[in-house]
Design a protein around this ligand. Structure first.
Ligand code: HEM
Length: 213
């Protein structure tokens, strides 16, 4: 069998991936602090002010990152992969991959870049980012950029969800989604890399994967 290193990710995709990882980590850490200030300081301290500031900066970054990712899906000169996210096509192939994940079958069909469950999970994660941004915006009552007084233009979100307490609960549930997603994502990347021995795990750092013919 011949093995060769092939470029699997462009620098743009790698950068965009790690920016998302860092922003989710910052959002979870600062969000947990906003909810339960675990470092001495309390609600009116400068620590709280900087945690809130970091939360908002990371929020802009993750939303902007999503916009860039959607743009890349259609316009990337390296690999515009929007066709891989077809809901109908992917749903059709879910049983094939599910049987593999449940140890019913020893292998699954070959998929271009993402397997159907993976593509659907990524698509859903994009929607959760939008949902978290809306619930977060509804929880915000301060001034835009700290200076511009802004009316509660996202109050409709809280109205839809049944009040601000529910908005907060949904925002926190979304955080747990990101945490569970990240754990599953890393676990699957490590295991598939070990099974296929094709450097899947390191490809998101180096950009290269091993292809076997
Ligand atoms: C995507 C855009 C996001 C926006 C615009 C946003 C905005 C906000 C706002 C305005 C608050 C209330 C802060 C305060 O009362 O001072 C908040 C709280 C919080 N955020 Fe976010 N957030 C976003 C994403 C996230 C993400 C991705 C996570 C977790 C991974 C997260 C976790 C939390 C938590 C745990 C709280 C505390 C909720 C509470 O008050 O008990 N946020 N967020």
């Amino acid at each position: 069998m011949k093995e060769e290193l092939v470029r699997d990710w462009s620098f743009g995709y790698i950068l965009e991936h790690w920016i998302r990882v860092v922003s989710i980590a910052v959002l979870a850490f600062t969000g947990i602090y906003i909810h339960t200030p675990f470092i001495a300081g309390g609600p009116d301290s400068t620590i709280m002010a900087s945690m809130r500031f970091s939360h908002f900066v990371a929020a802009y970054v993750i939303v902007l990152g999503l916009v860039v990712r959607v743009y890349m899906a259609f316009k990337s000169t390296f690999d515009a992969d929007w066709k891989d996210f077809s809901i109908v096509e992917n749903l059709k192939n879910v049983p094939d991959v599910l049987a593999y994940y449940l140890f019913i079958k020893g292998s699954h069909k070959d998929y271009r870049r993402y397997n159907p469950l993976q593509a659907l999970a990524y698509l859903f994660t994009g929607l959760v980012i939008i949902f978290t941004a809306f619930t977060g915006a509804a929880l915000y009552h301060g001034k835009a950029f700290g200076i511009i007084p802004c009316p509660d233009s996202f109050r409709w979100v809280s109205n839809l969800l049944g009040g601000e307490s529910y908005t907060r609960i949904w925002h926190i549930l979304a955080m747990w989604y990101f945490i569970v997603f990240m754990l599953a994502h890393v676990y699957l990347a490590v295991t598939i890399s070990m099974i296929n021995k094709d450097r899947t795990l390191t490809s998101i750092f180096t950009g290269y994967k091993l292809k076997k013919h």
